[in-house]
Structure formats: C-alpha cells, structure tokens
Design a protein around this ligand. Structure first.
Ligand code: PEP
Ligand code: CO
Length: 451
C-alpha cells in the first residue's frame, strides 16, 4: 500500500518560494524555467529514500565515533568533465583514501562523493567585470557557462535538465564501479595503477595495500567468506543551493508519505545560505534526508542551536551534520566553545571538518589556491578541539580530484606558486590532487589513531 503526503506537507514544500531564497540566478525566461521544472518533476528520482535512510544510520554511527565520514569531490563538477576516466579516477582516489583510513584507524569509513549533482555555486558577487565589461557571475554548470561571454553567462533553464541527466549517468557509473567488482578490496593494489610512481604517498599506499593483501590471503586460507569485500557502499551529495532543481526532485516516499530530496542521498546548506529564516533552511527542514550545514567562523552557539531545533526537532541521530570550516588560524579558538554549547543542547550532531573553505588564499601570481599545510593544520585543530571538548570528530569534507592537477600548494611534490600554472583546471575552488589526497588520508589516519 502506498501512503500519500498530507496536504500540509505538500504546501510546506512550496513555502521557500515566499522567502526570497539567497544566491539564486535571475532567469531571463520564467516560462521556460517553469516548463523545465515540470519536466524534472516527471523524471525518475536519482536515489531511493531507503538509501538515504541507510546513510542516516551510518552518519549516526559516525556521530558516536563508531565510523568516520569521508566526503570528497569537486568544488564544482562540470558537464564536460563527467567522463568515464574522471569519474573512475575520483572513485579510485576516494576508495584509496578510505582504505588508508579504515586500515589506519580500524573504523568503517562512510564514502560520500561530492559527485553526481555538485553543479551549483554560491558567489560573493552576482556579477563579474573584466576590462570594463560586466556580466553575470558563473554560478555553476547547472545555471550558466564559464566562458566570459554574454551568451554563456546568461542563465539557461535547459541546464537543469542537463545537470539531471549528467548526474544520472555519473551515478550509474558510480554504482557500476562500486557494485560490479571494481571496488573489490582484493583489487586494492590495482587502484594505484596509472598514477605517477616514485612518490612517498604512493609507496606508503603500496605498503598498506600489501598488508591488506596479506591479511586477506590469511583469512582466505582460514576459509573466510569474502562477499562483504566485493562491493562498496557509496553515497552521493551536493550543496542544495538551486531550489528550482531540488524542489522538483523532491518526492514523496510511498512507504511513509514523507518527503525526500531524491537528487542525492545527502544534501547540505552552504555557509552563505544558512540563515535561520531563509529559504534553504526552511526547505531542507521539510525533507527527510540526512542533511548538513556548513558553519564558518561567524557562527554563534545560538545560531547552531537554533539550526538544531529547526532542522532536527526530533533529535534523530544522523539527521544533522555540522560541517565546520573555520580556517586553520581560527579553529582552535572558535571550535571548542561551539562544541561545548552544542553538546549541552543535548540533540545529536555529527561533526565533520571542511579544512578547505576557510583556507583559501591568492598566490603571488594570482591563482586562487590553498596550502596543503593549512588544510592539514585545520584537520589537526579539529581533532584537538574535539578532544578538549569531549566530543566526536566524525569526518572530513574535502575538495579533490583524481587527476594530477596543480591547484593546491605544497605536498611531497612541493607545488609552489610557479607550479600552479602547470595544470590549474578548476573553474571555482582549488582541489587536492590525487597524491595530496592520499597524503591527507595518511595524516588523518594517524590523527584518528591518536598518534
Ligand atoms: C563549497 O563547499 O564549495 C562551498 C561553497 O562552501 P561554503 O558554503 O562552506 O563556503
Ligand atoms: Co568550494
């Protein structure tokens, strides 16, 4: 039997429209937008509500210190980059990091891609001016194009459909890789193939892989059953920024009559759209997915507690994740008091560290970049803050890619300002490359072990 939504629930899902959502584009053609959203509403959901419930349980475990979240992927996915090679390399990178973390800390790792829907970006300014010409800012492939021309920068609703189809094909390949044998732990060595050799992070990975291999062979000799090693649970996530996309993909779960945003398993509210009375908080308060909120350095304990009341009034474990992004220089001062006051509130939260967005700088030659040392220092500060407050460091959230790009400074390849020019490909924020991602995973594994 299928359970229907109440009229109040359906009405509530439209309430955001009255709240003037922040960070939305100005669509030149409203009628075209309406036609597209109607079409989207008729297309199949990208994920199943039951999968989102499983993720809620997993995140609840991370909130108790029984698992660790690894959330990673592009700052902004692009349609052009949604190729088999890029998706495979990103998956391999996340699987390798997860192996390092699981092996190092003996904890299950929850794999959550910033993938299959991470197409909308908040911007500090609605416009961009170059040589006296002012055009709408690039807001992500789901809204407009990156080239600095009037044609590309004009928001086009057709892009919502392309985002949906690109997400569907990305998710399809992710499911094939993670369920079809590619992610089998017995192939742990092979995930490293094709990446540059002769690098400290890679040799360390080979050592870890060899230990895992030996353990598996030992267990096989003992007659163990390896069905559980064959597949990997992998979830999708993105910032739920563009509400004209999230609303039509929000569906009523026939098992319960409740609403789920079926554009991804996990969706989060960004630092720029977390206003308590804002449209984004209102909309996500009405769906049942596990959700996140980014918390930057200006967050007060009252803000955090009010968000908990509004987004998780029932106090359900795993429902709410706070993703802190304070900056390496501030985290040790700002996070401990916040953790203490949130803990005193009593409602459960899963704490995840985003060590990227508080550490963005401009290089001497004009690139938007970050230092790997700052990223690692913020993660270290995150662990220290939790240890001092007696709360649980539940995971990390990073911008990464499986390629050998040069966007973040430092690491064992010693990428410096000049080297950024070599392969700087991101359209928005700088990403850790494959080997910097592995370096981070080894360091986090050490921190998790309390080393
Ligand atoms: C992001 O995750 O890419 C982002 C824009 O983050 P924040 O909302 O924390 O600034
Ligand atoms: Co970003």
């Amino acid at each position: 039997m299928s359970i229907e939504a109440t009229p109040e629930l359906l009405e509530g899902l439209e309430h955001w429209r009255t709240l003037e959502p922040a960070q939305q584009p100005v669509w030149p053609d409203e009628a075209k937008l309406v036609a597209v959203t109607e079409r989207l509403a008729g297309l199949p959901p990208l994920v199943f509500a039951g999968e989102a419930d499983v993720l809620t349980d997993r995140l609840a475990a991370a909130g108790r210190g029984e698992a660790f979240v690894l959330q990673g992927g592009d700052c902004a996915e692009t349609f052009a980059e949604a190729t088999a090679d890029n998706i495979r390399n990103k998956i391999k990178t996340i699987l390798q990091m997860a192996v390092v973390l699981t092996h190092g800390a003996s904890l299950p790792v929850i794999k959550l891609g910033r993938m299959a829907g991470q197409y909308a970006k908040p911007r500090s300014s609605g416009t961009e001016t170059r040589d006296g010409v002012t055009l709408p800012a690039f807001r992500g492939d789901i809204i407009n194009g990156h080239p600095f021309t009037e044609e590309a920068r004009t928001p086009d609703p057709e892009r919502l459909l392309e985002a949906y189809h690109t997400s569907a094909s990305t998710l399809n390949l992710i499911r094939a890789f993670t369920m079809g044998g590619f992610a089998d732990l017995r192939r742990v060595h092979e995930w490293n193939r094709g990446f540059l050799a002769n690098n400290p992070a890679y040799s360390r990975y080979e050592t870890t892989a060899a230990e895992i291999d030996r353990a598996i062979r030992f267990m096989a000799a003992c007659g163990a059953d390896f069905e559980a090693l064959r597949t990997v649970e992998f979830f999708s996530s993105h910032e739920a920024l563009l509400l004209d996309y999230e609303r039509p993909l929000t569906r009523i779960d026939s098992r319960t009559g409740l609403a789920y945003d079926c554009s991804a398993h996990f969706v989060w509210i960004g630092e720029r759209t977390r206003q308590l009375d804002g449209a984004h908080v209102d909309f996500l308060s009405r769906v049942r997915n596990p959700i996140g909120v980014k918390l930057g350095p200006t967050t007060t304990a009252d803000d955090a507690r009010a968000l908990m009341d509004k987004l998780n009034p029932a106090g359900a474990p795993g429902r709410l994740t706070f993703i802190t992004r304070m900056g390496a220089g501030q985290i040790r001062d700002l996070l401990p008091p916040l953790l203490e006051k949130v803990a005193a509130h009593g409602s459960p939260v899963t704490w995840v560290c985003d060590p990227m967005h508080g550490n963005t700088i401009t290089s001497s030659n004009g690139y938007k970049t970050r230092r790997l040392s700052d990223v690692l220092d913020e993660v270290a500060g995150f662990f220290e803050a939790h240890r001092s407050a007696g709360t649980i460091p539940g995971g990390v959230h990073v911008e990464l890619t499986g390629g050998d790009v040069t966007e973040v400074l430092g690491g064992s390849e010693h990428i410096d300002d000049a080297a950024l020019a070599r392969r700087y490909e991101t359209l928005v924020d700088p990403r850790l490359n494959h080997q910097q991602s592995l370096e981070l995973a080894f360091q986090v594994a050490d921190m998790l072990r309390g080393a």
